[in-house]
Ligand binder design. Structure first.
Ligand SMILES: NC(=O)c1ccc[n+]([C@@H]2O[C@H](COP(=O)([O-])OP(=O)(O)OC[C@H]3O[C@@H](n4cnc5c(N)ncnc54)[C@H](O)[C@@H]3O)[C@@H](O)[C@H]2O)c1
Length: 284
């Protein structure tokens, strides 16, 4: 029997960006395993929909509107969750956005939003929750959404790639801080490969240049046609987290290949390696 059925069969789970995609899949899986899930998202209706899916399947959940780009909202969330439930066993800092466009063509506001949601959202999730988790004296699991993009370079997705490298580094240091302090808090970097989500929904997002549309559409279609089923990927993530693994992959082979490229890049100190895909879908 997989360890997740023992580790995540009770207690409170808090998941950001859980109104859609991987966050929603993780919320459904945590609910199915027996946890009470606090489903948070900037999109209140989407969060409510995930809650409805969990309760329809016999699980327990509640929705909270939270914008992770605002640190005070994460403080408020942590306060509220501990006041209501007194503990958090599973925290997943998942909310994230994609940003497409050549570095110099993405607006300042879009750069800021990407960094605030994808990086500061993760950092402040940890900053707000960890002191309370420590004070509770209970064992806990924290997963931060990294990506295979954390190990390579993807021109045209520079803003996004920067944030995923940052989340990966943050998670590695956080893991070591827990180890140094001897705290019973397990940290994982969740590394999705290609999952069938809406992160590249075919529209251009505010602050992206008009020439981003083709790249976005190509990525969206690739995920739709070749992406892993969300629920299957999320089952794998929680299984690996329950085993106490730092690395939680959906596509171990893809991770290995991209990490292998990074190792070569660093060891041989060659110039950045152009991914094949980048040429096919280059932003004009
Ligand atoms: N889909 C993949 O293949 C893939 C690959 C690697 C990494 N990831 C990472 O997984 C995470 C989830 O992505 P997804 O693919 O499920 O995307 P998605 O677009 O389907 O879901 C993201 C969710 O985050 C929410 N969100 C956006 N801004 C927010 C904010 N400021 N505050 C709170 N919630 C906010 C959205 O409303 C949405 O519900 C992201 O961090 C992403 O970088 C995804």
């Amino acid at each position: 029997m997989a360890r997740d059925t023992q580790v995540f069969n009770a207690g409170t789970a808090v998941i950001t960006g859980a109104g859609s995609g991987i966050g929603a899949g993780l919320a459904r899986r945590a609910g199915a395993l027996g946890m009470h899930v606090v489903v948070t998202d900037i999109n209140e209706a989407a969060a409510a929909q995930t809650v409805a899916q969990i309760t329809a399947a016999g699980g327990s959940a509640e929705a909270e509107r939270v914008d992770v780009s605002i640190p005070e909202e994460l403080d408020r969330l942590a306060e509220l969750v501990f006041a209501r439930h007194g503990e958090v066993r599973l925290l997943i800092n998942n909310a994230g956005i994609e940003t497409v466009g050549n570095t110099w063509e993405v607006s300042a506001a879009r750069w800021e939003a990407t960094l605030n949601i994808n990086v500061h959202g993760v950092i402040h999730g940890v900053r707000a929750f960890v002191p309370r988790i420590i004070a509770s004296g209970k064992e806990a699991w924290i997963g931060n959404l990294s990506s295979v993009g954390a190990f390579g370079q993807m021109p045209g997705q520079t803003a996004y790639t920067v944030t995923k490298h940052a989340v990966q580094a943050f998670s590695e240091c956080l893991y070591l801080e827990m180890e140094l302090k001897g705290l019973p808090i397990h940290v994982s970097a969740i590394v999705p490969g290609l999952m069938r989500t809406n992160i590249f929904n075919a529209e251009t997002s505010a602050g992206e240049p008009g020439n981003a549309t083709g790249h976005r559409r190509a990525m969206f279609e690739m995920m739709r046609d070749y992406g892993m089923d969300i629920d299957e990927g999320c089952r794998l993530f929680l299984e690996q987290m329950a085993e106490g693994k730092f690395w939680a992959h959906s596509h171990p082979d893809m991770s290995e290949q991209i990490i292998g490229g990074r190792i070569r890049f660093l060891q041989e100190q060659i110039p950045p390696i152009m991914p094949d895909l980048a040429r096919q879908i280059a932003v004009e």
